[in-house]
Design a protein around this ligand. Sequence first.
Ligand code: SDX
Length: 430
Amino acid sequence: MSDKPVIVTDEASGKTLELPVVRGTEGEPTLSIKSLPKELGYFTYDPGFTATASCSSAITFIDGGKGILRYRGYPIEQLAEKSTFLEVAYLLLNGELPDQGEFDDFRRDITYHTMVHEKLNTFMTGFHYDAHPMAMMAGVVGSLAAFYHDRLDMSDPAQRMLAAKRMIAKMPTIAAACYRHHMGWPTAYPRNSLNYTERFLDMMFSVPAEEYKVSPVAAKAFDLLFILHADHEQNASTSTVRLVGSTGANPYASVAAGISALWGPAHGGANEAVLNMLEQIGDVSRVGEFIDRAKDRDDPFRLMGFGHRVYKNYDPRANIIRQAAHDVLAELGRKDPLMDLAMELEKIALEDDYFVEKKLYPNVDFYSGIIYKALGIPKSMFTVMFAIARTVGWVSHWLEHHNNPTPIGRPRQVYTGPVERDYTDISSRG
Ligand code: SDX
């Protein structure tokens, strides 16, 4: 593809317009269509934004055809092998890997902000015991703005960074509190002598009656999963956070909106849906039946954890997570029939013409639930795990937006409702 502008001709008026090509450092060339409405009088129509770049961003790069994912230029495989979640969080927020001093400061800041206001725990008790934790997360995270109303001057970069760190620090505390509310367990306070994932697991599973020791296998697995889920450029929830942020809304409200977007089964909610699906299939002998259902246009059933808007190749995160699922089960000395089922499903789907032609591969959500289940996380909390990690991406994009603001997000529409008509009195209707 060349960088020459694309000339658009409106046959009706005979007018032509040059649309400049916008190039990033990598990725597909993009046409700037900003001048189109003013010069030719047309808007563009792209439901679901399948062909639209909504912003420019220097955080994450995906090449969906090749199955490449990089955070700030670093391949996900290298980060997964060599880095830690907190270091990746620093990288996504700041653009560079930290030196030791920068990392120590960052870790201290995040650790310092792990507690939540005691009144937030009171607020939590208002939820019914069986409330879905994602509903609680959206409500509780949104309510953080009420606790920090004196620190919401979004024109101040220091306050923006403080809000971002607060959210990364508090998300595990809130997530664990949602789980404990459901279990009827007393509040667990963060133990700041532990690292990020150990602290989270301790808040999830420790009870006053017994000694609890965090499993190193679990802490390591969570660190890896959090790295892999930390960011994924302009996915639906991140785009939501950026859109809400573009209105000038505070970061807590913006992230609460992101949590709501993530909950959908077509997005982060798929990890819970995958486990439900595997349980529904039940046995390897029924895989063919469900593959047929997934291919049937008249059947709403779809293979959860399969397909992706951007990847038309293997999602590189799914590869890493599948191996991690094997490793975790082996280290725990367990077997899970759902793992065998998932692998059989993947094998059959990848040999099937329907999935091959449509380039449908396992995505990040396909194998993650197997690990969560092995580590004692209930299904309803799976998407909460995703939300803890993705908070880093959300706040990184929110900060990036504020550092270089675009106008308020405000798409147009193709109106298909009634044309103008006159009001009639109720007595003369029908
Ligand atoms: C995430 O965007 C991100 O980056 C998201 C994410 C992140 O990190 O933020 O990667 C996380 O959300 C992963 C995706 C989790 N969702 C699922 O696993 C749900 C199942 N998958 C899908 O519903 C679907 O594949 C999407 C939502 C993921 C992608 O939707 P698209 O891009 O709109 O693709 P599509 O629905 O237009 O599908 C193209 C074709 C369609 O068939 P045709 O109309 O062309 O005949 O493929 C079919 C679809 O029906 N198809 C599937 C399928 N996924 C797509 N058929 C069967 N099973 C599937 N899973």
